[in-house]
Design a protein around this ligand. Structure first.
Ligand code: C5P
Length: 242
C-alpha cells in the first residue's frame, strides 16, 4: 500500500460545462476531487477550472502535455496559475521535457505526474512504434519521471504493485480502470476493484462512469468510499498482527 490516504478522483468526462457543473454540484467536495480532461477543457476552457474550484472542488487537469520542453514548461506554469491540484505530462516527452516541467511547477504547489504507456496501446502497437513491451517501457518511463523529481505517474492498477515495490511508499500512483464490486465494466477491459487496487499500491483512484452515470452520484461515491475504508481498515489490522 502507499503511505498516503487514498483519494477518489471523479472523471468529469462531459461535453459541456453545464453538464459537468450539474454533476459536480451533486458531489460533496470533502469526499472526492475531480478530473478535467481533453474533451471538457477543449469545450469549456479554463473557466471550468475556476467554476469547479468555486464550488470547493480540487481539480486534476488531465491534458497530458507533450511538446518541446519550453512549450510544456509554459503550459505547466499556466495550469499552476489556474490553481489546479494536479497536472500531468507525457513521460515519452523525454528527460529534458520532464525536467522543464518540474522546474515550472514548484514542489508543494500542484502535484506533477507523468503518463507512462497509455493502456489503450496493445503490445503489438507498441512494438510497431519501436517502444518494446508495455511493462518494461512503463518501468523505464516511471523511473525517468522519478529521476527528475516528478511526484508520481498515472498507471494501470495492474502495474501498481511493481511500481510501488520499485519506487517506495511516497511515489504517487494514480490509477484509472477502477470498478467497484458489481458495477458495469463499460468499455474498460483490465479493470480492478477498489480494495485490490489499493492493496496493490494505488494511491489516487480515478473513477468515472460508475459515479457520474449513477442515478445518485453522491451515493455511488459514498459506496466507493466505504470500500476504500474497509480495505484500509483491513490493512491496518494486518499491520498490527505482523
Ligand atoms: O468512466 P471510467 O471510470 O472508465 O473513466 C476513466 C477515466 O480515466 C477516463 O477519463 C479515462 O479517459 C481515464 N483513463 C483511463 N485509462 C488510462 C488513462 C486514463 O481510463 N490509461
Amino acid at each position: 500500500m502507499s503511505s498516503k490516504a487514498p483519494v477518489i478522483i471523479v472523471a468529469l468526462d462531459f461535453a459541456s460545462a453545464q453538464e459537468a457543473l450539474r454533476l459536480a454540484e451533486r458531489l460533496d467536495p470533502k469526499d472526492c476531487r475531480v478530473k478535467v480532461g481533453l474533451e471538457l477543457f477543449t469545450e469549456a476552457g479554463p473557466e471550468i477550472i475556476r467554476d469547479l474550484k468555486r464550488s470547493g472542488l480540487e481539480v486534476f487537469l488531465d491534458l497530458k502535455f507533450h511538446d518541446i520542453p519550453h512549450t510544456v514548461a509554459r503550459a505547466c506554469a499556466r495550469a499552476c496559475e489556474l490553481g489546479v491540484w494536479m497536472l500531468n505530462v507525457h513521460a515519452l516527452g523525454g528527460p529534458r521535457m520532464l525536467k522543464a516541467a518540474r522546474e515550472a511547477v514548484a514542489p508543494g504547489t500542484a502535484a506533477l505526474i507523468g503518463v507512462t504507456v497509455l493502456t489503450s496501446h496493445s503490445a503489438d502497437e507498441l512494438a510497431l512504434l519501436g517502444l518494446g513491451d508495455p511493462l518494461s517501457r512503463t518501468q523505464q518511463l516511471a523511473a525517468s519521471c522519478r529521476e527528475v523529481g516528478l511526484d508520481g505517474v498515472v498507471c494501470s492498477p495492474h502495474e501498481a504493485a511493481l511500481l510501488r515495490a520499485t519506487h517506495g511508499p511516497d511515489f504517487v500512483l494514480v490509477t484509472p480502470g477502477i470498478r467497484s464490486s458489481g458495477s458495469a465494466q463499460d468499455d474498460q477491459r483490465r479493470t480492478m476493484g477498489i480494495g485490490e487496487a489499493l492493496r496493490a499500491g494505488a494511491h489516487h483512484l480515478v473513477i468515472g462512469r460508475p459515479i457520474t452515470a449513477a442515478p445518485n452520484p453522491q451515493a455511488a461515491l459514498e459506496a466507493c468510499l466505504a470500500e476504500v475504508r474497509s480495505s484500509t481498515l483491513g490493512k491496518k489490522k494486518e499491520d498490527k498482527t505482523c
